[in-house]
Design a binder for this molecule. Structure first.
Ligand code: SF4
Length: 243
């Protein structure tokens, strides 16, 4: 798939905290791009699928300058590229500019597209979608990319983060555990799937119940090195966007 030259943005928001993965709790600016090549049934960002939801479009350099400006104004030195799928675009110039200004860049992507610039990110979070999403598994594609990174001695910090909605998803995650065990720099994170992204108000009770269930499954499993973290932002802000 060819990268698109302009980067279409759905929203830039923050600073807020990163609610998931290895950098949970870090003060962060988020860049959500428009467009996704997947269509997960429970997607919590469906509003970003359609190009009509773009609020701005930038070249990579322009976006870099916008983000440096925003980060400096807001005393934030951490940016997360998310979507949609940010790998549809070319962020090479953006990442260079952010790095020149000592700003870290993480990316969250489902592992369907592997652009040349991907290794430049300080943290790559691959989030392969489990059976409940109805999407095709990308295990082989991610494995191939990890092999390439290892062979090229590009030792990025990488995690595989899988949302768990049911037992079948958990079994799917166990398969990925076998994969991460082959790589020193890759860790497995499980997060708790949010079954109802339209529910208003406080959803923490429902999320924590599911969290307990995922922990239970993990205790009963053979997983040795695994990090289980609910989406912290859902505990605080429920289904609210842009926080
Ligand atoms: S990959 Fe992410 S953004 Fe795309 S449809 Fe699935 S959950 Fe939504």
């Amino acid at each position: 798939m060819n990268e698109i030259s302009l980067i279409y943005i759905n929203e830039i928001f923050g600073p807020t905290i990163q609610g998931e993965g290895p950098n949970v709790g870090v003060k962060t600016m988020f860049v959500r791009v428009v467009g996704c090549d997947s269509k997960c049934v429970w997607c919590d960002s469906k509003y970003a699928w359609d190009i009509k939801t773009a609020t701005a479009s930038y070249s990579g350099k322009e976006l870099g300058k916008v983000l440096v400006d925003e980060c400096k104004k807001r005393n934030t030195f951490h940016v997360v590229l998310t979507g949609g799928n940010p790998c549809l675009y070319n962020f090479k110039d953006t990442i260079n500019i952010l790095h020149e200004n000592n700003i870290n860049v993480d990316i969250e992507t489902q592992g369907t597209i592997f652009p040349k610039w991907l290794y430049m990110c300080d943290l790559i979070v691959f989030s392969p979608k489990p059976p409940s999403s109805t999407m095709k598994d990308v295990y082989d594609k991610i494995d191939e990319y990890l092999k390439w990174l290892k062979k090229s001695s590009l030792h990025n910090c990488i995690c595989i983060k899988i949302p768990i909605f049911n037992k079948e998803d958990f079994i799917f995650a166990e398969k990925y555990y076998n994969l991460v065990e082959n790589y020193d720099n890759v860790k497995l994170y499980l997060s708790v799937g949010n079954d109802n992204v339209n529910e208003e108000g406080d959803i923490s009770k429902r999320i924590l119940e599911k969290y307990k269930q995922v922990i239970e499954w993990s205790i009963q499993s053979n997983l040795k090195h695994v990090y289980i973290i609910p989406q912290v932002h859902t505990l605080i802000w429920g289904n609210k966007n842009g926080v």
